[in-house]
Design a protein around this ligand. Structure first.
Ligand code: SF4
Length: 368
């Protein structure tokens, strides 16, 4: 993008930047990477208006990595409750512990009294829950490094600005790599000492002006540089996602101990590889009732009191159109008290807060 357009974009942002608890009044001031990380993670899939109060309460209770790293998962979930996607909270806690450990000397005191927050994209992206977008946001907004970001807002803006009739998630073909094309535009924006402001201005522009429907082009600082607006084709960009739906039929196991705890598993499943879910597996539509062999991975067949079909539910994950049978397996023993890796017994009343995926919650609804 030409320097004049970038200058207009910065001027627009300085005039229109909303006051937000994670944004300093001085838009040129470097920020606390911890606060950027928390706010950007909360903002993933959640509206700014919702995140405001959560962020303020969170920062009051967990003002830095060191405080957060000492918190229990239970308390962290309490402060996250209502934001959904609990895997984000779980990953935040894991990452805080890793950062705190890396910044602690052998005698347990923090190095130089600092939080030792990672300073490179490579280090950040190696941490749980931090992807290319969040890493770029932390490095550019907090440290003012020339790092690019690309999220849904920026994809929409670039698609319209440059009339890109494909998405970054489209397959590469004929030597064209859609993801790289979008990232190159993002890098171009960030190739400036003002990268932090360009990135944040575009996020704000996407949220308030270049909206999904009915972009307000007459109020847009980039109108003169925007091909979609010039050609009066804003509705054509970005193109709709192509969905090739796949049917999937499976069985979900609700394994309940005598003391009403439900078995949750982490990993080793078809879906939700990085979060706790109910055990599930692909199965034919007319599978016979009875204890499936897959359940014996987790429980002893002698401990089974009953196996009942609890109904069906439908669900969609990415391209999968799913139909699932729910099997309720009740045990005649209490949940084991010793910890087994990658499994957790969750009190039935706590399942709504524990599971971060609606897939598991839909299955649980069938036994309530
Ligand atoms: S001119 Fe319109 S379509 Fe183009 S970037 Fe601005 S708001 Fe979006």
């Amino acid at each position: 993008m030409d320097t004049q357009s970038l200058k207009i974009l910065r001027a627009w942002f300085k005039k229109n930047a909303a006051e937000l608890p994670w944004r300093p009044i001085d838009l040129d001031a470097p920020r606390d990477p911890y606060a950027v990380w928390i706010s950007e993670t909360m903002l993933q899939q959640t509206q700014v208006s919702t995140v405001r109060d959560y962020f303020v309460k969170w920062m009051k209770r967990f003002p830095n990595v060191a405080t957060l790293a000492k918190a229990s998962e239970e308390e962290v979930f309490k402060y996250w409750q209502g934001l959904g996607y609990y895997s984000r909270a779980r990953n935040i806690l894991k990452t805080a512990k890793l950062i705190a450990e890396s910044g602690t000397q052998k005698n347990g005191t923090p190095k130089n009294g600092t939080q030792n927050f990672p300073q490179t994209r490579k280090e950040l992206e190696a941490l749980p829950g931090i992807g290319a977008y969040t890493a770029g946001a932390i490095l550019s907004l907090a440290n003012h490094q020339r790092e690019a970001i690309l999220d849904g807002n920026l994809v929409r803006i670039f698609s319209r600005l440059y009339a890109l009739d494909f998405l970054p998630t489209d397959k590469s073909s004929a030597g064209k790599n859609p993801s790289e094309i979008y990232w190159n535009y993002a890098r171009e924006m960030a190739d400036s000492p003002k990268a932090y402001m360009h990135n944040e201005a575009l996020m704000e522009l996407g949220r308030t002006v270049c909206k999904v429907r009915n972009p307000e082009c007459s109020a847009c600082p980039l109108r003169a540089a925007c091909r979609a607006a010039q050609e009066d084709r804003t509705a054509a960009f970005p193109p709709a996602k192509k969905h090739v739906q796949k049917d999937w039929h499976g069985t979900v196991l609700v394994i309940e101990s005598m003391d009403h705890k439900i078995l949750a598993v982490h990993g080793g499943q078809k879906f939700f590889k990085n979060q706790f879910t109910l055990p599930h597996f692909e199965s034919p539509r007319d599978a016979t009732a009875g204890l499936p062999a897959q359940a014996e991975k987790y429980i002893d067949a002698d401990a089974v009191q009953s196996v009942e079909s609890a109904g069906k539910f439908r669900h969609s994950i990415t391209i999968h159109k799913m139909e699932c049978d729910v099997l309720h397996i009740q045990l005649n023993v209490k949940a084991p008290t010793r910890k087994i890796p990658d499994t957790r017994w969750v009190s039935r009343k706590d399942t709504a807060n524990f599971f971060a995926n609606s897939f598991s919650l839909k299955a649980l609804e069938k036994i309530h």
